[in-house]
Design a protein around this ligand. Sequence first.
Ligand code: HEM
Length: 121
Amino acid sequence: MAAETLYDKLGGEKGISAVVHEFYDRMIADEKVRHYFTYTDLEKLREHQITYFMSYALGGPHKYQGNTLRIAHKGLNISFEAYEIAIRHMNGALRKYNVPIDDRVTVEAFLRAVKPHIINK
Ligand code: HEM
């Protein structure tokens, strides 16, 4: 049997949508980072995030067609601190949906790997 991807483990499309929604709810509720999203169409962003995470980030079957991470975050000047807050909120969202620690570590490692594409652009 093929190894189960993280995509499957998180519950496929449905599970990942739930986590992404929870993640944005937490980001928007946080006064330290909500200003980054002032001019963003959140519905569109959620859609892109969901397909992004479901495609090459987590090994799912979807094809992501949005901007590259470097371009998507250009001009936002995301700080080191804001980045850490996002990691914390993603972890909280995963915990809410009972994702076990080793899978949360895998997601966090992925988020950290793309950090140079995201901060201070
Ligand atoms: C942790 C890793 C992160 C990943 C994987 C990620 C991923 C993405 C993706 C896939 C998009 C959509 C690109 C598109 O619409 O074509 C996006 C846009 C965006 N991200 Fe991130 N992001 C991350 C961290 C952050 C952080 C830390 C912030 C702010 C605190 C942030 C703020 C934004 C904003 C505001 C947009 C929308 C820009 C616009 O309206 O055009 N992101 N991100």
